[in-house]
Design a protein around this ligand. Structure first.
Ligand code: SF4
Ligand code: SF4
Length: 452
């Protein structure tokens, strides 16, 4: 087991962490899948309003590769299919049939069969079982081509982005499933599976046992697969590594071992404005209103689904997508402050040393207030100071604005792990990371990108 220390990044002292207890919520009357939240794909609908579906029925496929299918987390009737601008498919909503909920069964793979199964057969089982979405390929975080063997498959058991589910909670009593999942990954990429956990999580390190290859120390986003890859790769041929999130690996293992489409998800409900901060065991695709009741909010809150730095804003009538495992409820902020100019900012979160909060050891309340508009870059270098992969974000940003493709590639845009820290620390409110993500996506779309 190797030790990795990532020196850059940022340690947040943020109020609103979820408690470690796990509440099992009942299956909701309605669930949904959100095609627009799966990056890069071009969805083609396979159902229409009023159709009857089972748990595990295909709802849509990716036009780029029809073998990438996305299955229903509920059995019942298609209640609605909502579209956004330019006919983007936003949500496929399913009214669940109460008991017995119809379910499609798949062929299970026993532990013994797993030891002998051919790679191609396992790939076919995962594709047919609608779980290929669990794999994503760096640097674009797109679904990988099934026929190629990756240089690494990276598994991060933690997620240091505030506030993702604690691995001690979602891995509880799941050790055997985790071990099975890791054996399955070893069939796909023998000897190339890299499993890492945060050095502070001793119970997780113990659970992962013999499978753990790296223990990572540092601040957010030291445990991101792309950050780890940046440290462990030996040459550019390893850039196109795959990664699987800890909970997605459990879901994949469940599909293969039980022959049933996985519908279990542990979601952290957190944020300083959340009425109950806890872990919830939910049905995949559950409505946000099941986790946070509107009646218990005071008004002036924002829902951030999927993580405070990589997630997206939603109304309380939204749903949890395939990849999201956190729902944060954050105050909007922006209320007028009495004599704000004379406030030393003891409780005001800030990366800079302007405020006395730097000396305050307590967890601070973050809100959505930007405290000002976009301004010109002042070359303060805060963005470069926190970048975990040693980029110069302000230089990349300028190259993107100048449409200097060669230059921003040379400056390492494709190494960006999309952590959002540079945007957070920028005193000029420049949306660096969002620009980088959009530019990477446009590059992935327009070019036949080859490993460099
Ligand atoms: S450029 Fe910004 S978003 Fe990308 S890795 Fe660096 S800090 Fe994170
Ligand atoms: S943090 Fe913002 S203002 Fe400072 S160098 Fe980076 S882009 Fe410029």
């Amino acid at each position: 087991m190797q030790k990795l220390t990532i020196k850059k990044g940022y340690r947040f002292r943020m109020a609103g962490a979820p408690a470690d207890d796990l509440i099992v919520l009942p299956a909701p009357a309605r669930v949904a899948v959100l095609p627009e939240r799966v990056p890069h794909i071009k969805p083609r609908l396979l159902v229409k309003k009023g159709d009857q579906v089972q748990i595990g029925s295909p709802l849509f496929e990716d036009k780029r590769n029809p073998r990438f299918k996305f299955l229903s987390p509920g059995g019942g009737t298609i209640h609605d299919i909502s579209f956004g601008p330019r006919r983007v498919i936003q949500a496929i909503v399913i009214d669940r049939k109460e008991t017995p909920e119809p379910e499609t069964r798949f062929q299970a793979v026993t532990e013994n069969q797993l030891a002998q199964i051919e790679r191609q057969e396992l790939v076919d089982r995962i594709l047919d079982g609608g779980m290929w979405w669990a794999f994503r390929e760096l640097p674009f975080r797109d679904l990988p081509a099934p026929d190629g063997e990756p240089p690494f498959i990276l598994i991060s058991l933690n997620a240091k982005e505030p506030f993702q589910p604690s691995p001690a909670v979602y891995l509880k009593d799941q050790e055997q499933l985790l071990a099975y999942g890791l054996k399955a990954l070893n069939v796909l990429a023998p000897g190339k599976v890299r499993v890492f956990a945060d050095a502070s999580e001793s119970s997780v390190i113990e659970k992962a046992g013999q499978w753990l290859t790296h223990v990572v120390s540092g601040n957010y986003p030291c445990d991101d697969p792309a950050t780890v890859l940046y440290r462990i790769k030996s040459d550019a041929s390893q850039n196109r590594a795959w990664f699987v999130a800890g909970q997605d690996l459990l879901a994949l293992a469940h599909l293969l071992r039980e022959g049933r489409y996985p519908i279990r998800r542990v979601v952290a409900v957190a944020g300083s404005a959340a009425p109950d901060r806890r872990h919830c065991h939910i049905r995949l695709g559950a409505p946000l209103s099941q986790m946070v009741e509107d009646a218990r909010l005071h008004g002036g809150e924002r829902f951030v689904v999927g993580g405070l730095f990589r997630g997206y804003s939603s109304d309380s009538d939204g749903y949890v997508g395939f990849y999201e495992t956190a729902v944060n409820v954050v105050p909007e902020g922006g209320e007028p402050e009495f004599l704000a100019l004379f406030n030393p900012g003891v409780s005001r979160p800030s990366y800079s040393r302007t405020f006395l909060s730097r000396l305050n050891p307590k967890a601070l309340v973050y809100n959505c207030n930007m405290h000002g508009d976009l301004r010109a870059c002042i070359a303060c270098m805060h963005c470069a100071d926190v970048c975990p992969v040693d980029l110069l974000p302000q230089m990349i940003y300028k190259s993107i604005l100048a449409e200097e493709v060669e230059e921003y590639l040379e400056l390492g845009l494709l190494d960006c792990v999309e952590c959002g820290l540079c945007s957070y620390v920028c005193p000029s409110k420049i949306e660096l990371s969002r620009t980088f993500i959009a530019t990477k996506a446009a590059y992935a779309k327009e070019q036949a990108v080859k490993p460099d």
